[in-house]
Design a protein around this ligand. Structure first.
Ligand code: SF4
Length: 348
């Protein structure tokens, strides 16, 4: 899969776009003004692998809080601002690494110019965040809530920044409909080369939200589209980060992580495959290698069906087999097979 070439921008010390790895982001749901709570959540997010974190800037106090947060947080902070251009300037001065604001919502040119100056002088990019639920009246009248509508809205904001010679830009065109999200990003990626921030917005609670995000974000990534991702869930944001990595992992885009291949089991299975596969998955999480490991339910078909795996096991009634690239290498009693498979994974 070839990734679409985009312009590289820097969000603090994290590169986004160009040949940079896909950056996982999330957003705090704490009150930004509550420094202890927000820093605590940022730390949990960072621990989960989050690379960039966004906070809502609702007033001056929240904009100033970014200064205190940026001193202690070990990742770049994005200030999320709706409409109030003065807050954007204050957040930039306080230490935000990126500002999310739509220039078309700021008002006259002088104000946009001031925001652009505040960002340019500190190398702070601006994310234009278009949302299917809040398209401008003119766009709605002309295009309705459609991919063309989202893209034209994004382009009108881009145009304003480019007018001020500002191109340190990242863009998102999110919708709560997966199909509209995917269509919009596909269209946008043909028309601009700025880095794209992917997400399905208001995706819902964990069960369906994870699926919507996996289909939308995962599908676009497989098209080579997307430079940074945020999964939106009505859940603890740590779950968003975990889901983002699961998406990257399941499409083979995470680095140095083993992939588990396991069969659904069937009437030929004589072992507790569900339990074994879960145990293997858990124990593989400590191994940092890009290997494919198979866990199969029967010795007759298992090795052949999992031929593309680097190593694997197939279970029988008392004995199982270990195999490499579909070739049997060893017979092992079932009570030792998981240990032996993990050993093989560590040594390969
Ligand atoms: S590997 Fe064996 S147990 Fe698993 S689905 Fe195939 S035939 Fe059934």
């Amino acid at each position: 899969m070839e990734r679409r070439k985009t312009k590289k921008i820097m969000v603090g010390n994290v590169p986004v776009g160009g040949d940079a790895p896909i950056a996982v982001q999330s957003m705090c749901n704490t009150d930004t003004r509550d420094i202890a709570a927000t820093l605590g959540q940022m730390e949990r997010l960072r621990h989960a692998g989050c690379k960039i974190v966004r906070v809502a800037v609702v007033d001056k106090e929240a904009a100033f809080a970014i200064g205190k947060l940026a001193e202690k947080a070990e990742m770049p902070i994005v200030a999320d601002i709706h409409f109030d251009w003065k807050l954007a300037i204050e957040a930039a001065a306080a230490g935000a690494a990126k500002i999310r604001i739509n220039p078309g919502n700021i008002g006259d040119d002088d104000r946009v110019n001031e925001v652009v100056r505040a960002c340019r002088s500190r190398n702070i990019p601006i994310r234009i965040g278009v949302n299917g639920g809040s398209l401008e009246k003119g766009v709605l009248e002309k295009y309705g809530v459609s991919a063309r509508g989202l893209v034209e809205s994004a382009k009108s904001h881009i145009f304003i920044l480019e007018k001020f010679d500002f191109d340190d830009i990242c863009i998102s065109v999110k919708a709560s409909s997966v199909a509209l999200t995917v269509d919009s990003y596909r269209l946008l990626s043909k028309e601009v080369d700025y880095p794209l921030h992917l997400g399905v917005t208001e995706a819902g609670t964990v069960r369906i939200g994870r699926l919507k995000s996996a289909i939308g974000i995962g599908g676009l990534l497989l098209d080579g589209i997307g430079d940074t991702i945020r999964v939106s869930l009505t859940e603890d944001p740590v779950c968003e980060v975990e889901t983002a990595y699961d998406i990257l992992h399941s499409i083979g885009m995470s680095e140095n992580v083993p992939q588990l291949v396991s069969c659904p089991s069937c009437g030929r299975t004589m072992i507790d495959l569900i339990h074994i596969a879960k145990e293997v998955e858990e124990r593989l999480s400590g191994i940092k290698k890009p290997i494919k490991v198979a866990v199969m339910g029967c010795v007759v078909n298992g090795p052949g069906e999992a031929r593309e795996a680097d190593i694997g096991m197939a279970g029988g009634k008392e004995q199982g087999i270990l195999f490499k690239k579909g070739e049997i290498v060893k017979k092992v009693p079932m009570d030792k097979i998981v240990d032996e498979l993990i050993l093989m994974a560590q040594e390969i």
